[in-house]
Design a protein around this ligand. Sequence first.
Ligand code: ATP
Ligand code: MG
Length: 452
Amino acid sequence: MFLFQKIPSAVFSFVTEFEKNGFACYPVGGAVRDLLLGKRPTDFDFTTDARPEAVMKLFRSVIPTGIRHGTVTVLYRHHSFEVTSYRSEESYSDGRHPDRVSFDCTLEEDLKRRDFTINALALDIAGKRIIDLFDGRSDLKNKRIRCIGNPEERFREDALRLMRAARFASRLSFTIEEKTFEAMKRLAPSVSRISVERIREEIMKIITSPRPSVGFEMMRETGLTKTVLPELENCVGFEQNEFHRFDVYRHLLAACDYLPAEKPQIRLAALLHDIGKPASFALRDGRRTFYGHEIKSADMADRIMHRLKFSNSEIETVLFLIRNHMIHYTPEWSDSAVRRFMAAVPPEKRPDFFALKEADAFAHEGTRPNPLFQKEFLDRIAACEAQNAALSLKDLAVNGNDLASIGFPKTPQMGRMLKILLEAVLDDPQMNTKEKLLNLAVNYRKEFMPEN
Ligand code: ATP
Ligand code: MG
Protein backbone atom coordinates (compact mmCIF):
# COMPACT_ATOMS: atom_id res chain seq x y z
CA MET A 1 0.00 0.00 0.00
CA PHE A 2 1.39 3.35 -1.10
CA LEU A 3 0.71 5.11 2.19
CA PHE A 4 3.03 2.75 4.08
CA GLN A 5 5.93 4.53 2.36
CA LYS A 6 5.12 7.68 4.30
CA ILE A 7 5.38 5.97 7.69
CA PRO A 8 8.69 6.25 9.56
CA SER A 9 10.35 2.87 10.13
CA ALA A 10 10.26 3.50 13.90
CA VAL A 11 6.47 3.15 13.79
CA PHE A 12 6.74 -0.40 12.41
CA SER A 13 9.28 -1.57 14.96
CA PHE A 14 7.34 0.17 17.75
CA VAL A 15 4.19 -1.78 16.92
CA THR A 16 6.23 -4.98 16.67
CA GLU A 17 7.43 -4.48 20.27
CA PHE A 18 3.81 -4.69 21.42
CA GLU A 19 3.01 -7.68 19.25
CA LYS A 20 6.06 -9.61 20.50
CA ASN A 21 4.59 -9.23 23.97
CA GLY A 22 1.13 -10.35 23.01
CA PHE A 23 -0.47 -6.91 22.75
CA ALA A 24 -2.23 -5.17 19.88
CA CYS A 25 -1.20 -1.63 18.92
CA TYR A 26 -2.46 0.61 16.12
CA PRO A 27 -1.58 4.09 14.90
CA VAL A 28 -4.84 6.00 15.22
CA GLY A 29 -6.40 9.44 14.80
CA GLY A 30 -4.68 12.39 13.17
CA ALA A 31 -1.72 10.48 11.73
CA VAL A 32 -3.90 7.98 9.88
CA ARG A 33 -6.19 10.75 8.68
CA ASP A 34 -3.22 12.73 7.37
CA LEU A 35 -1.68 9.67 5.69
CA LEU A 36 -4.91 9.08 3.80
CA LEU A 37 -4.89 12.73 2.77
CA GLY A 38 -1.47 12.14 1.24
CA LYS A 39 0.42 14.05 3.93
CA ARG A 40 3.46 12.88 5.84
CA PRO A 41 2.43 12.89 9.53
CA THR A 42 4.86 14.09 12.16
CA ASP A 43 3.01 13.08 15.32
CA PHE A 44 1.80 9.55 15.83
CA ASP A 45 -0.82 8.55 18.40
CA PHE A 46 -1.34 4.86 19.15
CA THR A 47 -4.09 2.87 20.72
CA THR A 48 -3.38 -0.42 22.49
CA ASP A 49 -5.00 -3.12 24.59
CA ALA A 50 -2.01 -2.97 26.94
CA ARG A 51 -2.73 -1.13 30.18
CA PRO A 52 -0.61 1.96 30.88
CA GLU A 53 1.42 0.05 33.52
CA ALA A 54 2.19 -2.65 30.95
CA VAL A 55 3.29 -0.04 28.39
CA MET A 56 5.61 1.46 31.00
CA LYS A 57 7.24 -1.93 31.44
CA LEU A 58 7.75 -2.43 27.70
CA PHE A 59 9.97 0.62 27.12
CA ARG A 60 12.86 2.31 28.84
CA SER A 61 11.78 5.97 28.51
CA VAL A 62 8.13 6.46 29.28
CA ILE A 63 6.56 9.63 30.64
CA PRO A 64 3.16 9.20 32.35
CA THR A 65 1.76 12.31 30.60
CA GLY A 66 -1.93 11.58 31.12
CA ILE A 67 -1.89 8.32 33.00
CA ARG A 68 -5.32 8.93 34.55
CA HIS A 69 -6.78 8.91 31.05
CA GLY A 70 -4.60 6.00 30.05
CA THR A 71 -2.06 8.03 28.07
CA VAL A 72 1.71 7.73 28.32
CA THR A 73 4.40 9.20 26.08
CA VAL A 74 7.11 6.82 24.94
CA LEU A 75 10.44 8.21 23.76
CA TYR A 76 11.43 5.80 21.07
CA ARG A 77 14.14 6.13 18.40
CA HIS A 78 14.05 9.96 18.36
CA HIS A 79 10.26 9.99 18.31
CA SER A 80 7.86 10.82 21.04
CA PHE A 81 4.86 8.54 20.69
CA GLU A 82 1.60 9.05 22.58
CA VAL A 83 0.11 5.73 23.54
CA THR A 84 -3.40 5.47 24.96
CA SER A 85 -4.87 2.27 26.30
CA TYR A 86 -8.25 1.30 24.82
CA ARG A 87 -10.76 3.19 26.84
CA SER A 88 -14.41 3.93 26.90
CA GLU A 89 -16.05 6.79 28.70
CA GLU A 90 -19.13 6.92 30.79
CA SER A 91 -21.44 9.92 31.23
CA TYR A 92 -20.02 13.44 31.18
CA SER A 93 -22.04 15.45 33.66
CA ASP A 94 -19.91 18.61 33.37
CA GLY A 95 -19.55 18.71 29.57
CA ARG A 96 -15.78 18.49 29.90
CA HIS A 97 -14.61 15.33 31.64
CA PRO A 98 -16.00 11.81 31.63
CA ASP A 99 -17.28 10.79 35.07
CA ARG A 100 -15.50 7.47 34.74
CA VAL A 101 -13.00 6.07 32.29
CA SER A 102 -12.95 2.34 31.79
CA PHE A 103 -10.00 0.46 30.34
CA ASP A 104 -11.92 -2.79 30.11
CA CYS A 105 -12.98 -2.44 26.53
CA THR A 106 -12.38 -3.30 22.92
CA LEU A 107 -10.82 -1.45 20.00
CA GLU A 108 -14.32 -0.86 18.68
CA GLU A 109 -15.42 0.85 21.88
CA ASP A 110 -12.24 2.90 21.91
CA LEU A 111 -12.83 4.14 18.38
CA LYS A 112 -16.46 4.90 19.20
CA ARG A 113 -15.56 7.41 21.94
CA ARG A 114 -13.57 9.54 19.49
CA ASP A 115 -14.97 12.78 18.13
CA PHE A 116 -15.21 12.68 14.32
CA THR A 117 -15.31 9.84 11.82
CA ILE A 118 -12.13 11.09 10.13
CA ASN A 119 -10.33 10.90 13.50
CA ALA A 120 -11.42 7.34 14.27
CA LEU A 121 -9.38 5.54 11.64
CA ALA A 122 -6.82 3.02 12.85
CA LEU A 123 -4.01 1.42 10.90
CA ASP A 124 -3.55 -2.31 11.22
CA ILE A 125 0.08 -2.57 10.26
CA ALA A 126 0.40 -6.37 10.31
CA GLY A 127 -2.83 -6.82 8.33
CA LYS A 128 -1.92 -3.93 6.00
CA ARG A 129 -5.39 -2.49 6.22
CA ILE A 130 -7.30 0.50 7.55
CA ILE A 131 -9.82 -0.11 10.29
CA ASP A 132 -12.72 2.19 9.48
CA LEU A 133 -15.84 1.48 11.51
CA PHE A 134 -17.71 4.73 10.86
CA ASP A 135 -17.10 5.39 7.19
CA GLY A 136 -14.41 7.93 7.90
CA ARG A 137 -12.80 7.32 4.53
CA SER A 138 -15.86 8.41 2.63
CA ASP A 139 -16.04 11.56 4.79
CA LEU A 140 -12.39 12.21 3.97
CA LYS A 141 -13.16 11.81 0.29
CA ASN A 142 -16.14 14.15 0.56
CA LYS A 143 -14.16 16.60 2.70
CA ARG A 144 -16.63 16.48 5.53
CA ILE A 145 -16.46 16.64 9.33
CA ARG A 146 -19.05 14.35 10.86
CA CYS A 147 -19.54 13.31 14.47
CA ILE A 148 -19.47 9.66 15.40
CA GLY A 149 -22.95 8.75 16.60
CA ASN A 150 -25.42 11.40 17.71
CA PRO A 151 -23.76 14.82 17.29
CA GLU A 152 -25.81 16.52 19.96
CA GLU A 153 -24.84 13.90 22.54
CA ARG A 154 -21.21 14.03 21.50
CA PHE A 155 -21.04 17.82 21.90
CA ARG A 156 -22.89 17.62 25.21
CA GLU A 157 -20.28 15.16 26.46
CA ASP A 158 -17.40 17.44 25.61
CA ALA A 159 -17.93 21.01 24.45
CA LEU A 160 -14.32 21.27 23.27
CA ARG A 161 -15.41 19.21 20.27
CA LEU A 162 -17.34 22.28 19.04
CA MET A 163 -14.09 24.17 18.67
CA ARG A 164 -12.33 21.10 17.29
CA ALA A 165 -14.93 20.79 14.54
CA ALA A 166 -14.32 24.39 13.44
CA ARG A 167 -10.58 23.84 13.72
CA PHE A 168 -10.51 20.71 11.56
CA ALA A 169 -12.79 22.36 9.01
CA SER A 170 -10.32 25.23 8.85
CA ARG A 171 -7.14 23.15 8.87
CA LEU A 172 -8.37 20.79 6.18
CA SER A 173 -10.70 23.15 4.28
CA PHE A 174 -13.58 20.73 4.91
CA THR A 175 -17.26 21.43 5.37
CA ILE A 176 -19.27 20.28 8.38
CA GLU A 177 -21.93 17.67 7.76
CA GLU A 178 -25.45 19.00 8.24
CA LYS A 179 -26.53 17.21 11.42
CA THR A 180 -23.18 17.91 13.05
CA PHE A 181 -23.51 21.55 12.00
CA GLU A 182 -27.06 21.87 13.32
CA ALA A 183 -26.01 20.39 16.65
CA MET A 184 -23.13 22.86 16.83
CA LYS A 185 -25.57 25.74 16.36
CA ARG A 186 -27.75 24.48 19.18
CA LEU A 187 -24.90 23.86 21.58
CA ALA A 188 -22.50 26.69 20.74
CA PRO A 189 -23.08 28.60 24.02
CA SER A 190 -21.89 25.58 26.02
CA VAL A 191 -18.35 26.23 24.79
CA SER A 192 -18.10 28.70 27.68
CA ARG A 193 -17.58 25.69 29.99
CA ILE A 194 -14.24 24.94 28.39
CA SER A 195 -11.08 26.36 29.90
CA VAL A 196 -9.78 29.48 28.19
CA GLU A 197 -6.42 27.80 27.61
CA ARG A 198 -8.02 25.12 25.46
CA ILE A 199 -10.12 27.68 23.61
CA ARG A 200 -6.98 29.71 22.97
CA GLU A 201 -5.21 26.63 21.59
CA GLU A 202 -8.05 25.92 19.18
CA ILE A 203 -8.19 29.56 18.05
CA MET A 204 -4.45 29.45 17.38
CA LYS A 205 -4.86 26.23 15.40
CA ILE A 206 -7.44 28.03 13.29
CA ILE A 207 -5.08 31.00 12.94
CA THR A 208 -2.33 28.71 11.64
CA SER A 209 -4.58 26.99 9.09
CA PRO A 210 -4.01 27.70 5.40
CA ARG A 211 -7.02 30.06 5.41
CA PRO A 212 -8.12 31.03 8.92
CA SER A 213 -11.24 32.70 7.49
CA VAL A 214 -12.69 29.22 6.88
CA GLY A 215 -12.56 28.41 10.60
CA PHE A 216 -13.69 31.84 11.76
CA GLU A 217 -16.62 31.70 9.37
CA MET A 218 -17.53 28.29 10.77
CA MET A 219 -17.34 29.76 14.26
CA ARG A 220 -19.56 32.66 13.25
CA GLU A 221 -22.15 30.56 11.42
CA THR A 222 -22.50 28.16 14.33
CA GLY A 223 -22.57 30.91 16.97
CA LEU A 224 -19.23 30.04 18.59
CA THR A 225 -17.80 33.50 17.83
CA LYS A 226 -20.55 35.12 19.88
CA THR A 227 -19.42 33.23 22.97
CA VAL A 228 -15.68 33.06 22.44
CA LEU A 229 -14.88 36.33 20.63
CA PRO A 230 -17.94 38.61 21.00
CA GLU A 231 -15.80 41.59 19.97
CA LEU A 232 -15.26 39.99 16.56
CA GLU A 233 -18.97 39.25 16.25
CA ASN A 234 -19.66 42.98 16.75
CA CYS A 235 -17.66 43.73 13.61
CA VAL A 236 -19.91 41.55 11.42
CA GLY A 237 -21.75 43.78 8.95
CA PHE A 238 -20.21 46.95 10.39
CA GLU A 239 -19.85 49.12 7.29
CA GLN A 240 -16.77 51.28 6.82
CA ASN A 241 -16.54 54.00 4.17
CA GLU A 242 -15.98 54.43 0.45
CA PHE A 243 -12.32 53.34 0.66
CA HIS A 244 -13.19 49.84 1.79
CA ARG A 245 -14.51 46.91 -0.17
CA PHE A 246 -15.45 44.92 2.97
CA ASP A 247 -17.24 45.45 6.27
CA VAL A 248 -14.96 45.49 9.33
CA TYR A 249 -15.32 41.74 9.97
CA ARG A 250 -14.54 40.66 6.40
CA HIS A 251 -11.68 43.13 6.28
CA LEU A 252 -10.17 41.52 9.41
CA LEU A 253 -10.52 38.01 7.95
CA ALA A 254 -9.04 39.07 4.60
CA ALA A 255 -6.03 40.67 6.31
CA CYS A 256 -5.53 37.55 8.46
CA ASP A 257 -5.71 35.21 5.44
CA TYR A 258 -3.22 37.32 3.51
CA LEU A 259 -0.35 36.72 5.96
CA PRO A 260 1.75 33.55 6.09
CA ALA A 261 0.63 30.75 8.44
CA GLU A 262 4.15 30.59 9.88
CA LYS A 263 3.57 34.00 11.45
CA PRO A 264 0.72 33.35 13.89
CA GLN A 265 1.27 36.48 15.94
CA ILE A 266 1.03 38.82 12.96
CA ARG A 267 -2.04 36.92 11.81
CA LEU A 268 -3.57 37.45 15.25
CA ALA A 269 -2.66 41.14 15.07
CA ALA A 270 -4.35 41.26 11.65
CA LEU A 271 -7.48 39.59 13.04
CA LEU A 272 -7.71 42.19 15.82
CA HIS A 273 -6.18 45.30 14.26
CA ASP A 274 -9.51 47.08 13.68
CA ILE A 275 -11.53 45.34 16.40
CA GLY A 276 -12.11 48.76 18.03
CA LYS A 277 -13.67 50.31 14.92
CA PRO A 278 -17.31 49.85 15.92
CA ALA A 279 -16.53 51.52 19.27
CA SER A 280 -14.64 54.41 17.60
CA PHE A 281 -17.24 55.11 14.95
CA ALA A 282 -18.60 58.63 14.53
CA LEU A 283 -20.49 60.40 11.73
CA ARG A 284 -18.73 63.69 11.03
CA ASP A 285 -20.18 65.95 8.33
CA GLY A 286 -21.94 62.95 6.87
CA ARG A 287 -18.71 60.91 6.72
CA ARG A 288 -18.11 57.66 8.56
CA THR A 289 -14.98 58.12 10.67
CA PHE A 290 -13.02 55.93 13.09
CA TYR A 291 -10.53 58.33 14.70
CA GLY A 292 -8.20 56.77 17.22
CA HIS A 293 -9.42 53.27 16.40
CA GLU A 294 -5.89 51.85 16.54
CA ILE A 295 -5.64 52.75 20.24
CA LYS A 296 -9.15 51.46 20.96
CA SER A 297 -8.34 48.26 19.03
CA ALA A 298 -5.10 47.77 20.98
CA ASP A 299 -6.99 48.25 24.27
CA MET A 300 -9.61 45.72 23.26
CA ALA A 301 -6.99 43.25 21.98
CA ASP A 302 -5.24 43.63 25.34
CA ARG A 303 -8.43 42.62 27.14
CA ILE A 304 -9.15 39.75 24.76
CA MET A 305 -5.62 38.36 24.98
CA HIS A 306 -5.54 38.61 28.78
CA ARG A 307 -8.91 36.88 28.93
CA LEU A 308 -7.51 34.05 26.78
CA LYS A 309 -4.32 33.96 28.89
CA PHE A 310 -1.80 34.67 26.17
CA SER A 311 1.74 35.24 27.44
CA ASN A 312 2.92 38.77 28.13
CA SER A 313 5.39 38.64 25.29
CA GLU A 314 2.71 37.54 22.79
CA ILE A 315 0.45 40.34 24.04
CA GLU A 316 3.24 42.87 23.73
CA THR A 317 4.06 41.84 20.14
CA VAL A 318 0.46 41.92 18.97
CA LEU A 319 -0.45 45.20 20.69
CA PHE A 320 2.63 46.92 19.27
CA LEU A 321 1.58 46.02 15.74
CA ILE A 322 -2.02 47.09 16.28
CA ARG A 323 -1.09 50.38 17.92
CA ASN A 324 1.21 51.33 15.04
CA HIS A 325 -0.78 50.07 12.10
CA MET A 326 -2.02 53.55 11.11
CA ILE A 327 1.45 54.96 10.43
CA HIS A 328 1.31 55.75 6.70
CA TYR A 329 4.47 56.82 4.98
CA THR A 330 4.12 59.35 2.15
CA PRO A 331 6.92 60.96 0.12
CA GLU A 332 6.10 64.30 1.77
CA TRP A 333 7.41 63.02 5.08
CA SER A 334 10.26 65.16 6.44
CA ASP A 335 13.48 63.50 7.58
CA SER A 336 12.42 64.15 11.14
CA ALA A 337 9.21 62.19 10.51
CA VAL A 338 11.31 59.31 9.17
CA ARG A 339 13.49 59.46 12.30
CA ARG A 340 10.39 59.48 14.52
CA PHE A 341 9.21 56.35 12.75
CA MET A 342 12.63 54.74 13.28
CA ALA A 343 12.47 55.62 16.97
CA ALA A 344 8.92 54.25 17.30
CA VAL A 345 9.44 51.05 15.29
CA PRO A 346 12.86 49.52 16.00
CA PRO A 347 14.58 47.51 13.22
CA GLU A 348 13.65 44.07 14.58
CA LYS A 349 9.96 44.99 14.51
CA ARG A 350 9.92 46.48 11.02
CA PRO A 351 9.42 43.30 8.96
CA ASP A 352 6.26 42.47 10.93
CA PHE A 353 5.11 46.08 10.76
CA PHE A 354 5.47 46.11 6.97
CA ALA A 355 3.81 42.70 6.66
CA LEU A 356 0.73 43.91 8.56
CA LYS A 357 0.61 47.14 6.53
CA GLU A 358 0.66 45.11 3.34
CA ALA A 359 -2.10 42.78 4.55
CA ASP A 360 -4.19 45.76 5.67
CA ALA A 361 -3.79 47.49 2.30
CA PHE A 362 -4.65 44.31 0.45
CA ALA A 363 -7.77 43.82 2.55
CA HIS A 364 -8.84 47.41 1.77
CA GLU A 365 -8.49 47.64 -1.95
CA GLY A 366 -7.70 44.11 -3.01
CA THR A 367 -4.40 45.18 -4.51
CA ARG A 368 -0.89 44.65 -3.32
CA PRO A 369 0.92 47.86 -2.35
CA ASN A 370 3.33 49.24 -4.92
CA PRO A 371 6.71 47.73 -3.96
CA LEU A 372 8.52 50.81 -5.30
CA PHE A 373 6.69 52.90 -2.75
CA GLN A 374 7.94 50.75 0.11
CA LYS A 375 11.41 50.78 -1.43
CA GLU A 376 11.42 54.58 -1.33
CA PHE A 377 10.56 54.48 2.39
CA LEU A 378 13.27 51.89 3.06
CA ASP A 379 15.79 54.02 1.16
CA ARG A 380 14.91 57.02 3.27
CA ILE A 381 15.30 54.96 6.44
CA ALA A 382 18.69 53.76 5.22
CA ALA A 383 19.76 57.35 4.49
CA CYS A 384 18.79 58.46 8.00
CA GLU A 385 20.55 55.43 9.46
CA ALA A 386 23.72 56.41 7.63
CA GLN A 387 23.66 59.74 9.46
CA ASN A 388 23.81 57.88 12.76
CA ALA A 389 21.20 60.15 14.25
CA ALA A 390 20.06 59.66 17.85
CA LEU A 391 16.86 57.59 18.05
CA SER A 392 16.58 56.75 21.72
CA LEU A 393 17.46 58.20 25.11
CA LYS A 394 20.69 56.26 25.23
CA ASP A 395 21.89 58.00 22.05
CA LEU A 396 21.48 61.47 23.59
CA ALA A 397 24.58 63.55 24.31
CA VAL A 398 23.26 64.10 27.87
CA ASN A 399 21.93 61.78 30.56
CA GLY A 400 20.20 62.12 33.90
CA ASN A 401 23.48 62.81 35.72
CA ASP A 402 24.22 65.73 33.41
CA LEU A 403 20.81 67.20 34.15
CA ALA A 404 21.35 66.63 37.89
CA SER A 405 24.70 68.47 37.68
CA ILE A 406 22.87 71.63 36.57
CA GLY A 407 20.38 71.34 39.39
CA PHE A 408 17.55 69.16 38.04
CA PRO A 409 15.95 67.19 40.87
CA LYS A 410 15.75 63.43 40.24
CA THR A 411 11.97 63.39 39.97
CA PRO A 412 9.71 62.02 37.21
CA GLN A 413 10.14 65.48 35.67
CA MET A 414 13.70 64.51 34.77
CA GLY A 415 12.46 61.60 32.66
CA ARG A 416 10.01 63.95 30.97
CA MET A 417 12.82 66.42 30.26
CA LEU A 418 14.98 63.73 28.66
CA LYS A 419 12.09 62.76 26.37
CA ILE A 420 11.63 66.40 25.38
CA LEU A 421 15.36 66.59 24.54
CA LEU A 422 15.05 63.44 22.41
CA GLU A 423 12.12 65.02 20.55
CA ALA A 424 14.31 68.05 19.80
CA VAL A 425 17.09 65.80 18.51
CA LEU A 426 14.70 63.74 16.37
CA ASP A 427 13.59 67.04 14.82
CA ASP A 428 17.13 68.29 14.33
CA PRO A 429 20.10 65.93 14.83
CA GLN A 430 22.45 68.96 15.03
CA MET A 431 20.98 69.57 18.48
CA ASN A 432 22.69 66.48 19.88
CA THR A 433 25.57 68.16 21.71
CA LYS A 434 25.91 68.44 25.45
CA GLU A 435 26.05 72.23 25.36
CA LYS A 436 22.98 72.70 23.19
CA LEU A 437 20.87 70.17 25.09
CA LEU A 438 21.73 71.54 28.54
CA ASN A 439 20.96 75.00 27.26
CA LEU A 440 17.61 73.83 25.94
CA ALA A 441 16.85 72.06 29.21
CA VAL A 442 17.53 75.21 31.27
CA ASN A 443 15.37 77.40 29.03
CA TYR A 444 12.57 74.89 28.82
CA ARG A 445 12.51 74.49 32.57
CA LYS A 446 12.36 78.28 33.14
CA GLU A 447 9.47 78.61 30.77
CA PHE A 448 7.38 75.48 31.29
CA MET A 449 8.40 73.90 34.58
CA PRO A 450 8.80 76.87 36.93
CA GLU A 451 7.74 74.72 39.89
CA ASN A 452 10.99 72.71 39.62
P1 ATP B 1 -3.64 16.99 15.35
O1 ATP B 1 -3.26 17.02 13.92
O2 ATP B 1 -4.05 18.32 15.88
O3 ATP B 1 -2.69 16.27 16.28
P2 ATP B 1 -5.40 14.83 16.02
O4 ATP B 1 -6.62 14.32 15.31
O5 ATP B 1 -4.24 13.91 16.14
O6 ATP B 1 -5.02 16.18 15.31
P3 ATP B 1 -5.29 15.07 18.85
O7 ATP B 1 -5.80 16.20 19.69
O8 ATP B 1 -3.83 14.81 18.79
O9 ATP B 1 -5.90 15.31 17.41
O10 ATP B 1 -6.04 13.77 19.35
C1 ATP B 1 -5.74 12.47 18.86
C2 ATP B 1 -7.04 11.69 18.65
O11 ATP B 1 -7.73 11.57 19.89
C3 ATP B 1 -8.02 12.37 17.72
O12 ATP B 1 -7.77 12.07 16.38
C4 ATP B 1 -9.34 11.82 18.19
O13 ATP B 1 -9.53 10.50 17.72
C5 ATP B 1 -9.14 11.70 19.69
N1 ATP B 1 -9.58 12.92 20.42
C6 ATP B 1 -8.85 13.97 20.80
N2 ATP B 1 -9.57 14.86 21.47
C7 ATP B 1 -10.81 14.37 21.53
C8 ATP B 1 -12.04 14.85 22.12
N3 ATP B 1 -12.11 16.02 22.75
N4 ATP B 1 -13.12 14.04 22.00
C9 ATP B 1 -13.04 12.86 21.36
N5 ATP B 1 -11.95 12.38 20.79
C10 ATP B 1 -10.83 13.11 20.87
MG1 MG C 1 -2.36 14.25 17.21
